[in-house]
Design a protein around this ligand. Structure first.
Ligand SMILES: Cc1ncc(COP(=O)(O)O)c(C=O)c1O
Length: 465
């Protein structure tokens, strides 16, 4: 594997920037921030130091502030959490009310706020989903979904344990979640991989544009091909208990062929097996739909929610039908549905509805797509494809005339963009990926996209010299 590119840690002069939306007024990284960065390196895992070297002090709506006067436009949403904007005032107020009571913890004794949030989520969910189970992280929800699929399966026959998932997918970092995730290099530590979790190669070609997902007949044929391959590997298809997919694969905002997911749904229905949509990243308006699976025109049986469900604090949720959720009589957790995250989530969801953020994300899709297309035209030998819907987008960046992802080039581009006042996401996979708060004003969105283009122009030029 190529060596990791290290962001510059020695404060350097950068051009001063001052616009309505951003300000860069110090050397970067900020000299005074070095002790903080060093403390983090000393006491935390190295992997906690992968992101851009801005020390966040305050975050409001679409802007990140440090202590030294710098302001960045945020294209990360704190990794797809703050869809309703950082520090949303309604959320802050609800959190404060809970603190002032005080009501900081309630285990799973009944609480009014948890019951109200459950009611709100069920009201927003598809009509047949009438139960929700609260957890803390996204990984826990996919673990829970795996368990529910299997418990539902073994009620039918004791070996109905098979779970289908996809190459390239990400479902979290705990053992079941990482086993389902399709990233073999991240599974080496597990040793004995679960023999009933079957990975199918991702049917979308990340290096080709997303028009491929709309050919429904081809999508269906691809599914039929893949299920035959699975069978030829000795898998008894009647033992399949479920399948899990993300509406888009996070690393490249990669959607699946629509016909493929339709065929998967039909297959699972025939087998009395369950379809899980992992909406931890795609949910709550990010794609321009409340849930990303809606793009596929199918029903799902379980929805995993995380990140933007609370909009800030650690809360996740599994949505499903009574007969599926209640199949497990042991669903509770120490911090699941904790009062402050519940207060944050309830205020967040109400804000999303009141301000039509789902529609807002769909409207802004055009701005983002046009800018990425402009970028692709400028760098035809570097950007081979652009994927995304709503406000989750990625450009796939390669070394010229190859299908080799150029991870370092992307790292340099986002580092340059940070020096200009844009906070973007380091995917470490060779994609320029963005996910701004859905509330970002159009002018800041356009400004941020232009920074990316400018940064790419400069870095590509420098690499050529
Ligand atoms: C699609 C998806 N599923 C699951 C997870 C895991 O969530 P968490 O990091 O909260 O455990 C993530 C996190 O990025 C994700 O994007």
């Amino acid at each position: 594997m190529a060596e990791e590119y290290l962001f510059n840690r020695i404060p350097k002069e950068v051009e001063k920037v001052e616009t309505k939306n951003r300000r860069i007024c110090t050397k970067l990284p900020v000299p005074e921030s070095l002790p903080i960065l060093e403390r983090s390196i000393k006491y935390e895992p190295w992997s906690m130091n992968h992101q851009l070297l801005a020390v966040w002090d305050r975050a409001v709506d679409y802007q990140i502030f440090d202590k030294w006067g710098n302001i960045w436009i945020d294209f990360s949403s704190g990794i797809f959490v703050t869809n309703s904007g950082h520090g949303n005032s309604g959320m802050v107020e609800s959190i404060r009310e809970m603190i002032d009571k005080p009501m900081l913890n309630s285990y799973y004794y009944p609480s009014e706020i948890r019951s109200l949030l459950a009611e709100q989520l069920v009201r927003m969910a598809p009509p047949d989903m009438d139960k929700v189970f609260f957890l803390t992280t996204g990984s826990e929800t996919t673990e829970c979904a795996l368990k529910l699929c299997r418990m539902h399966g073994i009620k039918q026959r004791k070996d109905k344990l098979g779970m289908i998932s996809f190459g390239g997918a990400f479902h979290g970092k705990t053992m079941g979640a990482q086993t389902m995730a399709g990233k073999p290099q991240a599974q080496a530590w597990i040793g004995n991989l679960d023999p009933c979790i079957y990975h199918i190669d991702c049917p979308t070609d990340a290096f080709e544009d997303m028009s491929q997902i709309y050919d429904e007949e081809k999508g269906q044929q691809l599914f039929e091909r893949d299920i035959k391959i699975l069978e030829s590997q000795g898998v008894d298809l009647d033992t399949i208990a479920g399948a899990i997919f993300e509406p888009y694969q996070g690393w490249a905002a990669l959607f699946y062929p629509i016909g493929y997911i339709k065929a998967l749904r039909a297959f699972l229905t025939r087998k009395n097996a369950l379809l899980v949509s992992d909406e931890v990243q795609a949910g709550f308006g990010r794609t321009g739909k409340l849930f990303g699976y809606e793009y596929y025109g199918v029903d799902v049986d379980i929805i995993c929610c995380g990140k933007a469900v609370s909009g800030a604090l650690p809360l996740s949720a599994v949505l499903s039908r009574k007969e599926i959720i209640d199949v497990d009589g042991s669903l509770n957790s120490t911090h699941g549905g904790s009062p402050i995250p519940c207060a944050s989530a309830l205020a967040n969801l109400k804000y999303m509805e009141k301000h039509h953020l789902v529609e807002e994300a769909k409207r802004k899709e055009t701005i983002i797509r046009d800018k990425f297309m402009q970028m692709k035209e400028l760098f035809p030998d570097r950007i081979c494809a652009v994927h995304g819907m709503g406000m989750a987008f990625a450009a796939v960046v390669v070394k010229p005339k190859t299908r080799e992802l150029d991870v370092e080039l992307v790292d340099r581009i986002i580092e340059r963009a940070y020096e200009k006042g844009l906070m973007s996401i380091r995917t470490m996979t060779g994609t320029i990926k963005i996910g701004p708060p859905l509330t970002i004003p159009d002018d800041a969105l356009i400004e941020g996209m232009d920074i990316l283009i400018e940064a790419m122009k400069e870095i590509v030029r420098e690499v050529k010299c």
